[in-house]
Design a protein around this ligand. Sequence first.
Ligand SMILES: C[S@@+](CC[C@H](N)C(=O)[O-])C[C@H]1O[C@@H](n2cnc3c(N)ncnc32)[C@H](O)[C@@H]1O
Length: 293
Amino acid sequence: MTAPSGGQPDAGSGRAGASSGRARHRQGEALIRRGIPYADPAGTLSLLPGAAIGEWLADVREAFTGRLLDAGAGNQPYRRWYEPLADQVVAVDATPAPGLAALCLADHLPFAAESFDTVLSTQVWEHVEDPGAAAREAWRVLRPGGRLVVTVPFLYPTHEAPYDFGRFTSFGLESVLCRAGFEVERMDAEGGPLLLGSHLMVLALSQALDALGRLLHLPRPVTGSALVRPLFTMPQHIAIASRFRWRGTRRGFSRGAGRVTLGYFAVAHKPQPVTAGESAAGSASDRRADRPG
Ligand SMILES: C[S@@+](CC[C@H](N)C(=O)[O-])C[C@H]1O[C@@H](n2cnc3c(N)ncnc32)[C@H](O)[C@@H]1O
């Protein structure tokens, strides 16, 4: 696809595949508390992945600058949070949603090269058949020095089927980033085995309760009940509040953590062109040394 000049979106473009028959899994605008975007309990029973992402985004907020592209923005849950940090926001997705600048695939962006300062993709690359192509497109549209902020789940049930193509380890994500030409600044594992286990438990229990409700021919999903929802959300609120207070600045890979996690979250930048005499960027294997093997 030919990119229009000036980085303006070619609305409605994108190869076949954008929009056709796609259903979005995550819904609704995040609630901002203490400057952190959290999942809205009115929209989901599963609050832990959203909390992990929101707390991490707040931690890397300095990466959000200039002209920002949210690639795979969905319903733009974080827009109200990142909009004050950026000069201009452009949100695109493969599925129609209000406020999108263009319908397109993350691996075929209708923008000029070097037209963005920041590219954000939260929980999108597992839905891209070739995440390497999405990484290369992010690299292409970023100016040298520009940053990519990307989050992917490690363990999560199949969602947005059939457009759900894989899960990542930190090494897989780092490999995709490095092969596209990025230098990885941060690679974090957010949420350890307890939070991951709690998250899967919430999903399993809620699905089992709703299945039971259907067996009993109840008119509405059990988990939609105002009596039942707090039984799910209250323990998660407590877990989130405790983690926020006690976690401090510790992240992911210390003391062998990071193998079992809610997800891997990375900040990477497009290096300035290498001039003669300067050595090329270090290899991925150099940076792997501080993580469990
Ligand atoms: C799990 S949702 C995440 C949405 C949003 N980034 C968020 O954090 O809530 C995945 C999004 O990726 C979009 N998507 C799926 N495949 C895509 C692709 N190849 N290119 C761009 N967006 C895609 C979906 O339409 C959906 O909005």
